[in-house]
Design a protein around this ligand. Structure first.
Ligand code: PLP
Length: 365
């Protein structure tokens, strides 16, 4: 830190130069985040100094968090779902596994996840001293149904299924996992960090949410397809009494106990997440999701025509192609198996897809 502060002009000129180095979202087809909706920015600024870690001081903000949980609960077929806002999918996944571990309280617990699971599960298992058991994927990059049972034993405290995988945009066999979870009395967590705000607005989709009786908890991230500001995730649970398992005493706060992972928690991005859902309503979300899916299909069709088929048919607006080269100037990513991976977020327009396809064609010459 400098002994003497600098002028505002100097400061902001420095900040602007750093900001100019940001890629922003131009020609970015790799990100699961996007430009926040204008109402999200407005709501975020309105709640900028709020701290959900001290809800007695910010009762209004806490009531918005409760409404966000209720809206997402209804969307995912459980009006009375319990939940709270997190910083995103990673935190929600860590907390879900923590709850599952605490409920069973077994020696040498293990967690059964799809091989394709987001890397947050690796972090979660390391932090929580859980053994991570990966179920191999089938040819469609989904959890192989036939290989699930052999990974489960009496020390399994949690099963995980992903609704909208990060790399291939597919769904694991969650209804099958739900049956196993009920039969064996195992906590079932669904990671719908991405798909949770896509699938409810699509007609053709398998069941993946609380409609399935075995589903115990769901991660869903408004800072992805919910166009909120960052950080905005949400952990939903079927039965809010499970939060007792992670409660600690908080003697110096306005509340006496809390079950969340973070202490100080942003209210701004939570208000932003709620604002977008409220402002757009189901119809508005349907329109945005349908545009993203249309662009995703256009990209899949165009790439196939160029000789680059998808590695797996996605259910959400993610696609991964058998394509070794990358069109110049575009930010795409690669899956663990080397496929070219794209995500058609709301900042991707039809014109951008046309431009990408043109560049993909010219890289063949
Ligand atoms: N789960 C899934 C399926 C994801 O796609 C991601 C991120 O892309 C996460 C979890 C982690 O979310 P976050 O980066 O918000 O922690």
């Amino acid at each position: 830190m400098q002994k003497k502060g600098c002028s505002e002009e100097e400061l902001f000129s420095f900040l602007s130069s750093a900001r100019l180095k940001d890629r922003k979202y131009e020609k970015v087809l790799s990100s699961m985040c996007t430009i926040p909706h204008p109402v999200a920015v407005k709501a975020h600024n309105m709640f900028i100094e709020t701290n959900l870690g001290d809800p007695g001081l910010f009762m209004g903000t806490a009531s918005i968090e409760a409404l966000l949980v209720e809206r997402l609960g209804v969307l995912l077929h459980h009006k009375s779902a319990g939940g709270y806002a997190t910083t995103g999918g990673t935190e929600s996944n860590i907390q879900a596994l923590r709850i599952a571990r605490e409920i069973k309280n077994l020696k040498n617990p293990n967690v059964v996840v799809p091989e394709s699971a987001h890397f947050s599960f690796e972090k979660a298992c390391e932090i929580l001293s859980l053994e991570l058991r990966s179920v191999p994927s089938d040819k469609n990059y989904q959890m192989d149904e036939e290989k699930i049972e052999e990974c489960i034993d009496k020390n399994t405290v949690c099963l995980v299924g992903v609704a909208g995988t990060t790399e291939y945009g597919v769904l694991d066999p969650i209804s099958y996992l739900s049956e196993i979870a009920l039969e064996r009395d195992i906590f079932l967590h669904v990671d719908a960090a991405f798909g949770g705000l896509v699938l409810p607005f699509i007609d053709e989709k398998p069941d993946f949410d609380f409609k399935l009786p075995g589903v115990s908890s769901i991660s869903v991230d408004p800072h992805k397809m919910g166009m909120s500001t960052i950080p905005a995730g949400c952990l939903l649970v079927r039965d809010s009494s499970v939060f007792k398992s992670t409660e600690v005493d908080t003697p110096y706060l306005t509340v006496k106990k809390e079950c969340t992972l973070c202490g100080t928690r942003p209210g701004g991005s939570v208000a932003a997440a709620f604002a977008v859902l409220e402002y757009l309503g189901e119809e508005g979300m349907e329109e945005i999701v349908s545009r993203c899916m249309k662009n995703n299909n256009k990209l899949i069709f165009g790439m196939k025509k160029l000789g680059y088929p998808v590695a797996a048919e996605p259910c959400v607006n993610v696609a991964s192609f058998l394509c070794e080269d990358t069109p110049k100037g575009w930010q795409v990513s690669r899956t663990r198996y080397g496929h070219l991976r794209t995500v058609c977020m709301p900042h991707i327009t039809e014109d951008i897809i046309d431009e990408f396809l043109k560049d993909a064609e010219s890289m063949q010459n």
